[in-house]
Structures are given as structure tokens and as C-alpha cells.
Design a protein around this ligand. Structure first.
Ligand code: LLP
Length: 420
């Protein structure tokens, strides 16, 4: 918990001077609460540590427009993964010259949207290259996504640069892909893209991938390609557990730039380094506040709250750990272990297991930390649960940045044919 933006007053959790229990009562729960100060401080830290790189925010981590607008205004570009993310990124104000359209399975709508916005594509297959070439009327800037066959030492579901991963073109085939691109009409190769995975807590896999990118870049240059950028993707991890510590951004940056400069001297062109951070920008800016509906002493002590994997799927899907506190009992001593579960009709709907907490009662509030990345963004309406509201706190004030859904959102675009 960053002491500058998160604190305790009258035994309540406070974010930028605002009592989260007041927020819960005012806006209802469950509720995602984001600290603008923490967001801006993360952005500035990243910009300082990587001052020589171009930074593209990975929109998939959190596509709330207010959050994206702040990131765009502070000078980031964007990595988008669908026509929908591109649409949101443009509304949020990202500069289209600094948007990279990623994706391993782009459909015609994706490609059309990218072409008409004039953004650069990260091409994931030769079929996609063909499709872009056929649909484009003018020259389109592209990079190929290279699969470097590197282990990122992270959860297997979020490792993306392994041999068996669906992403990218194997590094052994990539020079041929660039050769093909040079012969293909409407295509202008300008960069190389790579992304090895997410929540990576060590620098070594990035260095391994970067070296692979340079091996490829040297060969690609020989074909006559002028490389404007090398994009290493995102993936820098954040500490989720108490006492967990990865390398600092400064260490990541120093080691990456050391390799970049050393290997860069082998190239004729001087490409810019691009990074695509998502989690490390928004992850620790946000807390999910959820209210206790029942405490049940069964074979285990269960605390049943009003948020489940419909709103935060990470624990159920990846077994992820998120720190939790009883937000209205911050000064009380932990007394026993509780397992915090959601309202979803699945045994796996567990948010936190066997955590020592102060005595929990119906009506208490549990705050789940570090939920700004892949929290709301991966939410669903499973079990007919409405998606919750989102609030931003800034300098002792709160702003609603997404309304809670209502029943008409459950009906959504469904159609009941009258003669069915
Ligand atoms: N660039 C590309 C091409 C990506 O696929 C991703 C994430 C990023 C950048 C941003 O990575 P980050 O800096 O956020 O690690 N839902 C999972 C994470 C999935 C990541 C997918 N790709 C989770 O909750 O841990």
C-alpha cells in the first residue's frame, strides 16, 4: 500500500484523503476506486525510468475512458488488441501516430478499423499480411510480431513468447516474413514487435528476448528494411504479496538500455525502443471495495461478499493473490483465518483464501488491492450480476467514472422474437 495515496484514518481505509467507507455508502458496492495521484505517479516514474523509450499503454489492462484519457494526456501511445480497443483509445485521445494494433486473429472489421485510423499494425501471420495488403488503398506501416521462444518465468496462462504459444511468427521464420512483406503491395515494414508475457519479475527474460530481436533485426536490415522501432511489449510485474519485491523500474531500464545500446551498434538504423506497459501503470492504482453479506462458520470460515469472479477473475483464473483488508477495521488486530468468496454459483469463486483478518461481520467492507489491471476489464455478467460502478479519487474529491449497470444492461442486445 503506497503510503502517499493510501492511508488509515479512524480505522478506515483512506484513498487520497477520501474515506472508502463513505464512497461505498455513496456509490454502492461492489465499487472499483482508482487513485488519480497514484496513476500519475506511476506514469511519471515510468517516463523517468525509460526516458529514452516510447511508451505505449496496453489498453487491455484497463479500458476505462477517464483512466485512458489521463494516460494519453501524459504523452503515452497505445497498444490495442481489437477494433473495440482502438475505438476506445481514439475517444480517450491517444495520438493515432502512436498506436500499435496487435492481435493474433484479426478479422476484417479489425483490419478495416486499423487501416482507416492509419495506425501501425503488428502482423501475426502471413495470412494477416495478405489481408491487410488486399484491403489497404495506401501504404500501411507494419511490424511483425516475433515469437522469440523465451520462457518468461511466469504463470503459464500469461506466457506468450514460448515455442508452443499462439502468438507471433517463430523467430526462425521471421526473415522470410520480412522478405515477403517487401514484395507485398501496400505494405511498409518499419519495426519488429515482441511480447513475452505478463507479471514478469525478473529482467533476464526481457534481455534474452531483446537479444533475439537484435539477431533478427540484423538480418532484416540486410534485406533493406529501415527499422524505425523495436517494440519489446509489456510484462513488467508488480508486487502483489506483502513483502514481495521485484527489480525496480530503474533496474529494468538500466539493463534493457545497456543491451539496447550494445547491440544497437550492430545496426545501420537507430530504431526507437517501444515498451507497452499495462499492469505496471494501472495495477496498484485501484482497490475493489466489496461488502460482506454473510459470515459462515462451516468447515472453513467463509466471508461471503458481493463481488465475485464476475468482477475480479484473477484469483479464480490464475490462482492470483491479492492483498485484502477489512476496510472499516484497519486498526483492529487479525484474529482468525477467513476465506473470502463471491456470490457466483461456482466453487471456484474464491477471492482470497485462508487470510488472517480482524473479526468479520455482515455489513463490513473488504478492500481488495491491486485490482486496476485486468480487474474490471475482465468482468462479466455471469449469474445475471450487474457490473459495478467505478470511481476516481483525486485530491480529496471523488468522481464517478462508470455508472453501475442496471437491469436493462442484462437485456442488452437480446431480442425476443414475438413469434418464437
Ligand atoms: N503488449 C501485449 C502485446 C500484450 O499482449 C500485453 C498483455 C501487454 C502489452 C501488457 O502486458 P502487462 O504490462 O500488463 O503485463 N489477464 C492477465 C494478463 C494478460 C496479459 C495479456 N497481454 C492477468 O490478469 O494477469
Amino acid at each position: 500500500m503506497s503510503a502517499e495515496f493510501f492511508g488509515i484514518e479512524n480505522s478506515h481505509l483512506i484513498i487520497e484523503g477520501v474515506d472508502v467507507i463513505d464512497l461505498a455508502e455513496r456509490y454502492g458496492t461492489p465499487l472499483y476506486v482508482t487513485s488519480r495521484g497514484k496513476l500519475e505517479s506511476n506514469i511519471t516514474r515510468f517516463q523517468r525510468a525509460f526516458s529514452e523509450a516510447d511508451l505505449y499503454y496496453a489498453v487491455k489492462a484497463n479500458n476505462n475512458l477517464s483512466i485512458m484519457k489521463i494516460i494519453a494526456e501524459m504523452g503515452f501511445g497505445a497498444d490495442v488488441f481489437s477494433d473495440g480497443e482502438l475505438y476506445l483509445a481514439l475517444i480517450a485521445g491517444f495520438n493515432r501516430d502512436k498506436i500499435l494494433f496487435n492481435g493474433n486473429s484479426k478479422n476484417d472489421d479489425d483490419i478495416k478499423a486499423g487501416i482507416s485510423a492509419g495506425v501501425t499494425f503488428s502482423v501475426d501471420s502471413l495470412d494477416e499480411l495478405e489481408a491487410i495488403s488486399e484491403m489497404a488503398k495506401d501504404e500501411i506501416n507494419i511490424a511483425f510480431r516475433v515469437n522469440p521462444d523465451v520462457s518468461p518465468q511466469t504463470h503459464p496462462k500469461i506466457a506468450t513468447g514460448l515455442r508452443e504459444s499462439k502468438f507471433g511468427i517463430p523467430w526462425e521464420q521471421i526473415v522470410n516474413a520480412y522478405r515477403k512483406a517487401l514484395e507485398t503491395k501496400n505494405i511498409r515494414p518499419v519495426g519488429i514487435h515482441c511480447h513475452i508475457g505478463s507479471q514478469i519479475m525478473s529482467v533476464d527474460p526481457f534481455i534474452e528476448a531483446l537479444n533475439r530481436m537484435f539477431d533478427v533485426a540484423i538480418e532484416v536490415e540486410k534485406l533493406g528494411v529501415d527499422l524505425e522501432f523495436l517494440d519489446m511489449g509489456g510484462g513488467i510485474g508488480i508486487p502483489y504479496k506483502e513483502g514481495e519485491n521485484g527489480p525496480s523500474l530503474e533496474v529494468f531500464s538500466a539493463k534493457i538500455f545497456e543491451t539496447f545500446e550494445e547491440r544497437g551498434s550492430d545496426l545501420k538504423s537507430s530504431p526507437t525502443l517501444i515498451l507497452e506497459p499495462g499492469r505496471s501503470i494501472v495495477g496498484d492504482t485501484t482497490v475493489l471495495i466489496t461488502k460482506v453479506n454473510a459470515v459462515k462458520r462451516a468447515f472453513k470460515n467463509f466471508v461471503a461478499v458481493d463481488a465475485g469472479f464476475n468482477l475480479l477473475i484473477r484469483p479464480a483464473f490464475y490462482g492470483s493473490y491479492h492483498r485484502i483488508v477489512v476496510a472499516n477495521k484497519m486498526d483492529e488486530e487479525p484474529v482468525e483465518k477467513y476465506t473470502v468468496v463471491g456470490p457466483i454459483c461456482e466453487t471456484g469463486d474464491i477471492l482470497a483464501e485462508d487470510r488472517k483478518l480482524p473479526e468479520v461481520k455482515r455489513g463490513d467492507y473488504i478492500a481488495i488491492f491491486d485490482t486496476g489491471a485486468y480487474g474490471f476489464a475482465m468482468s462479466s455478467q455471469y449469474n445475471g450480476r450487474l457490473r459495478c460502478a467505478e470511481v476516481m479519487v483525486s485530491g480529496r474529491r471523488s468522481y464517478l467514472i462508470r455508472e453501475r449497470e442496471n437491469y436493462s444492461d442484462l437485456v442488452g442486445r437480446q431480442v425476443l422474437p414475438f413469434n418464437l
